[in-house]
Design a protein around this ligand. Structure first.
Ligand code: DON
Length: 304
């Protein structure tokens, strides 16, 4: 039996001496306040044993990690129809690039780049009367964590500075791939990205992706086939132009966010979340990637 607690503590200790922790994201001014000395890690195994170290109880902005959750809700709702409006190929580009969108007539490469996530938001807005409330309660129900909230300050900060997302939304609209108005879609998207929670809460939430679509309470939210597909998208697209590097170093499906969180999972074995706000030049948590590389190398547990 693997001693996850000892391994995680060992990794936390190793990382304390890393001098270059990357840089916190500043293009959303509210995120610039994060402390890059923070580091937290939480792992849940398939029998719901929990292991953690560092600042794993501190809430942080999950940002793009939320795109997997909105994708899950939309896919669960409309099924394979979703793929008429968004692709499943890696883009090889940064998360906010727009050039492919124009070349490919307004069909985003995948649901994890910003343009693709905006289409997913549009689908949810068309299907729910109160999409922000419905999305939040979906997240609270899956995780069984009623104390998860949107961070209004972060959402408003991104609304004031998110010109690139405005450009993506207007481009999508011009190609007929947004049914609702641009302001409504962006308001939902900025709130979705502002979700704030701890490593532990996020690991409970992503448990469904390692447990064939069922949450810790045993309720099914996705079919086995849908989970397979979402995990495939995380593996190939979850780290944008660093997806290859993440597969190479870590070898797990996962998703990063510019708040410094990373979630990764090994189907039927474990789900792990790291948080450290310093990012590498590609926008992924520097210490998070190092920690997960050590975790899969030390345990020998990866999809490869
Ligand atoms: O749209 C944005 O730019 C942010 N709300 C989310 C970006 C993000 O987290 C990219 N992931 N690494």
């Amino acid at each position: 039996m693997i001693d996850f607690q000892a391994i995680i503590e060992g990794i936390s200790n190793n990382l304390q001496s890393v001098y270059d922790r990357g840089d916190v994201a500043t293009y959303i001014p509210e995120l610039a306040k994060a402390d890059k000395n923070k580091f937290g890690i939480h792992l849940i195994d398939s029998s719901n044993n929990n292991f953690s170290s560092g600042d794993s109880e501190e809430a942080f902005s999950i940002q793009s990690i939320s795109k997997v959750l909105s994708l899950a809700q939309a896919f669960g709702k409309v099924g394979d129809q979703l793929w008429k409006r968004v692709g499943v190929e890696p883009s090889g580009d940064p998360f906010n690039h727009l050039s492919l969108l124009e070349m490919e007539n307004g069909i985003p490469r995948n649901p994890l780049i910003n343009a693709g996530a905006l289409v997913v938001c549009d689908v949810l807005i068309s299907h729910f009367d109160n999409p922000k409330d419905d999305f939040l309660s979906y997240v609270r129900r899956i995780s069984n964590e009623p104390e998860i909230y949107y961070d209004e300050k972060v959402a408003q900060s991104e609304k004031r500075s998110g010109f690139n997302n405005y450009a993506a939304a207007y481009l999508l609209k011009s190609y007929g791939n947004l049914k609702n108005d641009v302001e409504t879609v962006l308001d939902f998207y900025f709130h979705q990205c502002s979700l704030t929670m701890s490593c532990r809460q996020l690991a409970k939430l992503f448990y469904i992706f390692m447990n064939k679509g069922k949450c810790l309470q045993g309720q099914a939210y996705l079919s086995i086939n849908q989970v397979k597909r979402i995990n495939a998208i995380m593996l190939t697209c979850g780290f944008y132009d660093e997806a290859g590097e993440f597969a190479f170093e870590v070898g797990l499906p996962g998703k990063s966010g510019v708040g410094g969180g990373i979630v990764a999972l090994l189907p039927n074995k474990f789900c792990v979340v790291t948080w450290s706000p310093g990012l590498n030049p590609k926008g992924n948590s520097k210490l998070g990637m190092l920690a997960l590389e050590q975790l899969t190398s030390k345990t020998g547990l990866s999809i490869f």
